[in-house]
Design a binder for this molecule. Structure first.
Ligand code: ADP
Ligand code: MG
Length: 308
């Protein structure tokens, strides 16, 4: 298939909603934003061998490419609307493309996101960039910078599962639950919407709880005390791995796409059907201190840095 047949066959659909004036097929998409709302735009790129093992199947690559962007939209408290897709492929295998498109649209359709354009090129490496634009009530976006001393720190769901899942995928260990948490992360879009006016700051956990909370605290100019025994970890992760690995995955493992946020309010135990757990308190120290029953716990963040 040539580039144009490929776009027509796999991607030119799902674009016809009320707020898309011109979708795929022209030089650009023409979109109709709600004049009373602000736009929020995010982009994330997945590169073969850097962001995913080359063994990952096309369906899950498509799914993840959308989900990781939805997670950024969620962390802003926004409502996702439109996406574009830049695809670099080493070859145009119809079976691969069929599965990739199925995963991509499965994730997009969960939130009614329309694919309105993109770019298709050939190259040596598989590279997938998805850009999503959403909208939000003016002035209400959840920022990283609003945490103040005294706020409670919360996380949604459980952390460490995706890193545990990736470790399973890359070894002979098998856990369907953990692998699924890596392959099909659930962006907490509805939680993000419910946190508007409630959270003082928010971030999504893509690089690990420790590193991402650190970014939130730095943006807010504050510090925090975190109770490691309160950090929510799934029974399955505990079952599959020893205590040290569980802690490493929970604090330093990426790809969970849960939300970490701060609030002066008491947050209910569940939000939009997702468990929410208090893990610590914001203070003015400027430091992130981790504690368990034994006292202060040192932590060496091994979060992935590009160009290091
Ligand atoms: P141009 O040469 O003007 O940039 P293209 O020929 O690259 O346009 O693309 C034709 C149309 O197909 C455009 O509307 C573009 O947004 C869309 N498109 C190209 N690749 C993709 C893709 N992978 N997914 C969705 N739409 C795509
Ligand atoms: Mg053009």
């Amino acid at each position: 298939v040539d580039e144009f047949e490929l776009i027509e066959r796999y991607f030119a659909r799902h674009g016809e909603t009320r707020d898309v004036v011109v979708g795929i097929g022209d030089d650009g998409a023409v979109l109709k934003p709600d004049p009373d709302r602000e736009l929020v735009t995010v982009i994330d790129t997945l590169v073969s061998r850097v962001h995913f093992p080359s063994s990952i199947d096309a369906y899950h690559l498509g799914y993840r490419a959308v989900a990781v962007n939805l997670s950024d939209i969620a962390a802003m408290g926004a409502r996702p609307l439109w996406m574009t897709l830049a695809l670099t492929l080493d070859d145009a295998n119809p079976d691969w493309l069929e599965k990739f498109a199925a995963g991509l649209f499965a994730a997009a359709n969960e939130h009614d996101v329309a694919l309105v354009g993109g770019d298709t090129t050939s190259g040596e490496n598989v590279v997938v960039s998805v850009q999503i634009t959403g909208d939000i009530e003016p002035g209400r976006a959840l920022l990283r910078s609003g945490a103040v001393p005294g706020d409670t720190i919360y996380v949604t769901g459980s952390v460490g599962d995706a890193a545990g899942g990736l470790a399973c995928i890359e070894s002979d260990r098998a856990s369907e639950y953990l692998e699924q948490r890596f392959l099909e992360p659930t962006a907490r879009v509805e939680c993000g919407r419910k946190l508007i006016g409630v959270a003082s700051a928010a971030i999504d956990i893509s690089d690990g709880l420790y590193g991402d909370l650190h970014k939130l605290l730095a943006a807010s100019g504050v510090g925090a005390d975190v109770d490691l025994d309160a950090v929510p970890v799934s029974a399955e992760l505990r079952e599959q791995f020893g205590a040290d690995e569980v802690r490493q995955f929970a604090l330093g493992g990426g790809d969970d796409y849960e939300l970490c946020f701060t609030s002066a309010e008491d947050i209910p135990k569940t939000l939009a059907g997702v468990a929410v757990t208090a893990i610590g308190t914001v203070n003015a120290s400027g430091q992130l201190t981790l504690r368990d029953q034994t006292g202060v716990v040192p932590f060496e963040d091994s979060g992935y840095l590009h160009f290091e």
